[in-house]
Ligand binder design. Structure first.
Ligand code: AHR
Length: 318
């Protein structure tokens, strides 16, 4: 017995070390994450993809990136392929709000957590996704409208350039803006068309609006900066001064738009921060470790106009 005891202690210590090493290996296991991105419609989107890719590389995460090229069916196909590949987590920036339940049910059945980023969805069953990380689009629309009402003393004829039809930012920015200006009978939306969040389409739509309404347009409310920058090209081509002859209010606060505020061509841009790669991967690490995460986490966004744009321009990261 005297001889057996040290041997037993030795065996137990060995077992303990082996278990500890297995745990360490599991903790170190390279995470495989699938990301179904909407596409590359705007400078905001490019910055968002870059944030997701560079942060994955920094953390040694195996990121399977799929560009949906503006089509929901491509995103759904990508999610199904992520499920087949057995990824640890799936991230989706849903191009539109509806039509996600079937594929989310498949992910749930495969026990793969789904993180919605940037855009929300409409579903009866919120258990189909683990959490949402992004901006509060309704709040952005409200901020834009309140700024405009103050600037114009509640008066002006507005044309609205909407984002992608059916998308959460287009729906919520439109609704919030409409709700807020309803308090000012002198502020009127005289026309509203989609520019699909793209600069080139924003330009074409603005050209058509200028042809239709001429000098009666006093304000442009664009759901994103790319469309506002496209509209500026059309306004200048028509011999008008953006920011002076026509007030321009926009959303995203990409560096180029903040510079346009400094230059007096955009009057106000509300921030929508796309750099949430770190937040997404922190959340995935928690989910994989079985920890709880908040169901909805909103980024805090600011507003830039002539009073503060020059002070921040050098530090804008996107
Ligand atoms: O969903 C966020 C929106 O999508 C951004 O405002 C826009 O620029 C992008 O394409």
């Amino acid at each position: 017995m005297q001889k057996l005891l040290p041997r037993l202690v030795w065996v137990a210590a060995g077992l303990f070390a082996a278990t500890a090493s297995l745990h360490a290996q599991a903790a170190k296991k390279q995470l495989k994450v699938g990301f179904a991105q909407t596409g590359a419609e705007s400078a905001w989107r490019t910055a968002n993809s870059e944030s997701m890719k560079s942060e994955a590389a920094k953390r040694g995460i195996d990121l399977k990136f799929s560009d949906g090229q503006g089509k929901q069916e491509n995103q759904i196909r990508a999610v199904r392929s992520f499920i087949t590949q057995g990824v640890d987590a799936i991230v989706i920036a849903p191009i539109v709000e509806t039509g996600w339940d079937p594929v989310l049910r498949d992910a749930k059945r495969a026990k793969i957590p789904v993180i919605l980023t940037d855009r929300t969805i409409k579903t009866e069953d919120e258990s189909l996704f683990a959490c949402f990380i992004g901006s509060d689009f309704y709040e952005e629309g409200r901020m834009a409208a309140d700024w405009l009402a103050k600037k114009t003393s509640g008066k002006g004829r507005i044309v609205e350039l909407q984002g992608t039809p059916g998308s959460a930012p287009a729906n919520e920015r439109r609704k919030a803006f409409g709700d807020a200006i309803a308090k000012y009978p002198g502020l009127k939306i005289i026309d509203s068309q989609s520019g699909n969040f793209e600069r080139s389409t924003g330009k074409v739509v603005m050209e058509a609006l200028l042809k239709k309404h001429g000098r009666t347009i006093e304000i442009v409310y664009a759901h994103n900066d790319d469309m506002a920058l496209g509209a500026i090209q059309a306004i200048e081509a028509a011999g008008l001064k953006p920011g002076k002859d026509i007030i321009i209010v926009s959303i995203d606060a990409i560096k180029e738009a903040v510079q346009a505020v400094v230059d007096g061509k955009i009057n106000c841009t509300v921030e929508c921060n796309p750099l949430f790669g770190p937040k997404v991967y922190d959340t995935i690490a928690k989910l994989v470790a079985g920890e709880k995460v908040p169901k909805k986490a909103f980024n805090k966004d600011e507003l830039f106009d002539s009073t503060n744009a020059a002070a921040v321009i050098a530090k804008r990261q996107y």
